[in-house]
Design a protein around this ligand. Structure first.
Ligand SMILES: [Zn+2]
Length: 638
């Protein structure tokens, strides 16, 4: 018989057992340090308010008691050394004591903040050892320190400790598109979840309130006030903003870090140090516009705070922060003195624009940036119940295709692709030993296809490159490039391994030869790989019986779906739809001779026609895949 108390639970009860969550961050309370600490503390408190058992592990700097409870959150403060602070690197070394380790051992979920901290790595590995679910929040992309040695060290740390931490993670939470795309290269389970903001504290002031605050801070009532909030570090753009000072408006700088002396002594601007939250909230209320001409950001809380206050927002174009900021009512500018001045003055002189921008910021913040909403989504991630992209996942959908061997039927294929406006790369093998010369494309036909498509190298005779000598392989690879460039009179940058056969030596040869990428025959990938000489694809226009396990997983083991997806036309469309949901790259490839052999022309046309119905898709050749990657990610050079 069932225990009696089971019967009192309603059917479909969503009363789940509360979770034990251990959160690990370098600084949390009383010294908060940076945005990481603010986020960790708010999340801890809102999770606790939802009934979860939350322990927050952070460094005991400055020294307080080792363990205390505040707002239902248990704080465990561990001994720490802040050796690197004097180089302006806020990376303390935490020494986990018994109670910190015990908190991890008895947690259901261990949540660490940022992969580049030794404490995150240690906590994640320890959690894995105890078979706990590990969730990572990655706040910032690569930070460009002015010191090249520090940059190099950061890179090394990323590829060792950072990768180790990522590997131990079950899911990664990111705050913006730049970080999303970066982490996506190393990890599949990435969730975009904007931070919350204290909406009660950061709120629109009344006219009277605004006047009172200005009087309190000695800010003239008739001045148009432009507020900057952030640390005084190069990436925030303090210098450029200072150069853009103008008698028409008053610049106010608020934040921690070292304020340059020439700014400090200048009486035409106003400089405030780091302020407690309440005072900061007042300062936003006293201002007319918020500006942050920064780069290399996570999603700065200051933007969200300013939005919640209803300030018009000026940010730098250089950050892809959030699709929510991708609005004409958010000013995104170049980080130049001229652009900053123009943006401020445009907003200053246009009352209607100012009102609309204010309204957009205020409403957007209220609809999207509550901590309740944030932590509810976080609990779903903790419980492994979150749906991908249910929030505002930034999506860029790219489609590319590639077609191997250079068979005569490629002309038919090219016509079909052209009909549906789909781009791609034809990998041509001029003396493919599997075909008679008369079955292969003529020089004229290659030239004609090159009018609309990219032509790539595929060796001269189609050998297994790993099974011939390196010298022979080098010849095959180099000669195919020279041969095609001779015909096309332009650089050939894409290469494709015959049979998808390659090893490290072959890969190095292709790169040395001057190719920029090499495609493999790996399938079921939805993005550009970090290794450009092992680019995967999404789908081969052919029924691979060996793919059953992939199809099963993709069909979520529903027999009806498996039956449906067994047909490659349906599977290709399902995989394309998946790409549309998550964003990323859909890479379709095949052989024209194979399409012919298995009577697949109609299937292929149906797939292409389906893809063509989607409007917000970027069509690219294989080499163009890299251009967009470079452009979007050049600000983070890891
Ligand atoms: Zn081939």
């Amino acid at each position: 018989m069932l225990p009696a108390h089971n019967t009192i639970l309603p059917e479909n009860s969503d009363l789940e057992e509360s979770l034990h969550v251990a959160i690990v961050v370098t600084y949390a309370y009383p010294y908060i340090g940076s945005g990481l600490g603010v986020v960790a503390k708010f999340q801890a408190e809102y999770l606790a308010a939802q009934g979860q058992h939350v322990t927050l592990i952070s460094s005991n700097i400055p020294h307080t008691s080792k363990r205390f409870v505040l707002n239902n959150v248990t704080y465990i403060k561990v001994p720490a050394l802040a050796l690197l602070e004097k180089f302006h690197i806020p990376v303390p070394l935490l020494f986990f004591n018994v109670s910190a380790m015990r908190a991890i051992k008895y947690a259901d979920v261990v949540h660490v903040h940022d992969i580049l901290y030794p404490s995150s790595c240690f906590a994640a590995l320890l959690a894995k050892f105890y078979k706990k679910r590990v969730v990572i929040t990655q706040h910032v992309p690569h930070i460009d320190y002015s010191n090249t040695i520090i940059n190099a060290i950061e890179k090394i740390v990323f590829y060792t400790m950072g990768q180790l931490t990522l590997k131990a993670g079950d899911a990664v939470v990111v705050l913006n598109e730049t970080v999303y795309r970066w982490i996506k290269r190393y990890k599949n389970t990435v969730f975009y979840l904007p931070n919350g903001v204290d909406l009660a504290l950061f709120n629109k002031p009344t006219a009277q309130e605004k006047q009172n605050i200005r009087a309190h801070y000695n800010i003239p009532l008739d001045k148009f006030v432009v507020l900057f909030v952030g640390r005084f570090v190069p990436k925030k753009g303090v210098d450029i903003l200072y150069q853009a000072k103008d008698p028409a408006y008053l610049l106010i700088f608020a934040g921690g870090g070292t304020i340059p002396d020439y700014i400090k002594v200048d009486e035409t601007v106003k400089v405030m140090g780091p302020l407690p939250q309440e005072e900061l909230a007042s300062l936003y209320k006293a201002s007319d516009v918020f500006i942050l001409p920064s780069y290399g950001e996570g999603f700065p809380l200051s933007i969200q705070e300013a939005m919640a206050t209803g300030l018009p927002i000026i940010i730098s174009k250089q950050n892809a922060l959030s699709p929510l900021l991708d609005s004409p009512l958010i000013a995104a500018i170049n980080r130049t003195e001229a652009d900053i001045k123009t943006a401020i003055k445009t907003i200053q002189n246009n009352r209607k624009l100012r009102k609309d921008m204010s309204e957009y910021a205020y409403t957007t913040a209220r609809e999207n940036y509550s901590w309740e909403k944030n932590t509810t989504a976080l609990v779903d991630i903790y419980r492994d119940k979150a749906q991908f992209n249910t929030t505002h996942t930034p999506k860029v959908i790219r489609v590319t295709t590639s077609w191997d061997d250079g068979h005569k039927l490629d002309t038919r294929l090219a016509a079909l692709l052209k009909k549906y406006g789909i781009k791609g790369t034809f990998y041509i093998c001029p003396q493919d030993r599997e075909f008679k010369r008369t079955e292969l494309l003529s020089t004229q036909e290659i030239l004609s296809i090159s009018q609309d498509f990219e032509i790539g190298g595929h060796t001269i005779t189609h050998p297994h490159l790993s099974q011939i000598t390196p010298a022979q392989a080098a010849d095959e690879i180099a000669q195919s490039k020279t041969y095609l460039e001779g015909i096309l009179q332009q650089e050939v940058t894409a290469f494709c391994y015959p049979y998808g056969d390659y090893n490290d030596t072959v890969k190095a040869l292709v790169e040395k030869c001057g190719y920029k990428l090499a495609r493999t025959t790996q399938r079921y990938a939805f993005d550009v790989s970090p290794d450009l000489f092992a680019l995967p694809t999404t789908f081969h226009t052919y029924a691979h019986y060996s793919d059953l396990h992939k199809i099963l997983a993709f069909a979520k083991f529903s027999p009806r779906m498996v039956k449906k997806l067994w047909d490659w036309e349906a599977l290709a469309i399902a995989l394309f739809e998946h790409t549309c949901q998550t964003g990323g790259v859909f890479h379709l490839w095949g052989h024209s001779w194979e399409v012919e052999k298995y009577n697949g022309w109609q299937k292929l046309e149906n797939v292409l026609a389906y893809i063509a119905t989607k409007k917000d898709v970027i069509h690219q050749t294989n080499t163009e895949l890299l251009q967009l990657t470079d452009q979007r990610e050049k600000s983070m050079s890891l």
